[in-house]
Design a protein around this ligand. Structure first.
Ligand SMILES: NC(=O)c1ccc[n+]([C@@H]2O[C@H](COP(=O)([O-])OP(=O)(O)OC[C@H]3O[C@@H](n4cnc5c(N)ncnc54)[C@H](O)[C@@H]3O)[C@@H](O)[C@H]2O)c1
Length: 291
């Protein structure tokens, strides 16, 4: 943030939610270190951050599934600027598919990027944040405590159709955050787990639904319905940053996810009925589109 040495890290900054988080942080004067695997998109975000008058301390192409690359990036930042104040780990991928047909390499890439990517980010950035200790009280009023913000998904909580591999990767992120929120509290680090519902980003447009013909009219229609229900990435970033400011641990982006989570625990038959209906509708959509 301007006037302090603090900086925020944002992964997945080339596109969608990560790009919007970076730009909204830039708008309120955060110094930023951004990364993504997509060079052109990252450069565009970096230019926009600077155009908004924020200080860009770093923009590096990093594949979060590569532990050495993540370590090297974190080390370079810590050497130059000290421990990060906030890490927003947003970058990730989505692949859906049936468990009986989805190839093992797609399971692996979800786990390597979404789950191990988060592990790599935590291992690379959090130790320096722990060592640096809590933000001094006088500065805390301006910038808040140190924070780790990890983007999981509503699919990490509820049983969406054909999401087994994606949900395994995102559920792991949620479970890790649940532990870290207590483990890191004595070091003055707040942990936030983000579980967005549908957000209209590149990920939704390019999603790989393994074994399904995406050109099928029924599938196209269902995708349009999904996009109609999805919130814009800028709105999602606003919800995330507001939740973070309010020190909310689990940040969801819509009442439907909060309700589904409540029903899962408190009204299991209602939850089972609703999710069964969604799963049946999905199977009906895909019926004539199986490859
Ligand atoms: N869009 C949704 O409906 C939705 C819903 C729930 C959760 N999410 C999660 O939100 C996060 C952001 O997704 P988005 O919707 O903005 O999609 P997006 O595709 O617009 O952005 C994801 C970004 O992550 C980057 N990325 C992918 N693999 C990477 C890797 N190996 N290393 C570094 N960067 C990598 C991409 O290049 C891209 O810029 C993801 O973790 C996604 O799982 C999205």
């Amino acid at each position: 943030m301007q006037g302090t040495r603090h900086y925020a890290v944002v992964t997945g900054a080339a596109s969608g939610i990560g790009r919007e988080v970076a730009l909204q942080l830039a708008d309120v004067g955060w110094r930023l270190a951004v990364s993504d695997i997509n060079t052109a998109g990252l450069e565009a975000t970096a230019r926009e951050v600077e155009a908004r008058g924020a200080e860009l301390v770093d923009a590096t192409v990093v594949d979060v599934s590569d532990p050495d690359a993540v370590d090297a990036w974190a080390y370079r930042l810590a050497e130059a600027y000290g421990a990060a104040h906030t890490v927003h780990h947003v970058g990730g991928i989505s692949i859906w598919g049936r468990v009986d047909t989805m190839p093992l390499e797609k399971w692996r890439s979800l786990i390597e990027i979404n789950l191990m990517g988060t592990v790599h980010m935590v291992r690379a950035f959090v130790p320096a944040m722990m060592q640096a200790g809590p933000v001094p009280k006088a500065q805390r009023r301006k910038v808040g405590p140190r924070r780790l913000v990890c983007v999981s998904s509503s699919a990490g909580i509820i049983g969406l159709p054909w999401h087994a591999a994606y949900s395994a990767s995102k559920g792991g992120v949620l479970a890790m955050c649940e532990v870290l929120r207590f483990d890191l509290a004595p070091y003055g680090i707040k942990v936030h787990a983000v579980a967005p519902g549908a957000v209209d980003t590149g990920l939704v447009h390019t999603i790989d639904i393994d074994g399904v013909d995406q050109a099928n009219p029924r599938v196209r229609k269902a995708r349009e319905l999904f996009q109609g229900h999805a919130i814009p990435p800028a709105r999602c970033a606003e919800i995330i940053l507001k939740g973070v400011r309010k020190n909310k641990y689990l940040i969801t982006t819509g009442g439907d996810i909060a309700l589904a989570r409540w029903a899962q625990v408190n009204a299991p038959s209602l939850y089972r009925g609703a999710m069964g209906g969604i799963n049946r509708a999905f199977r009906w959509v895909a019926k004539d589109a199986m490859l």
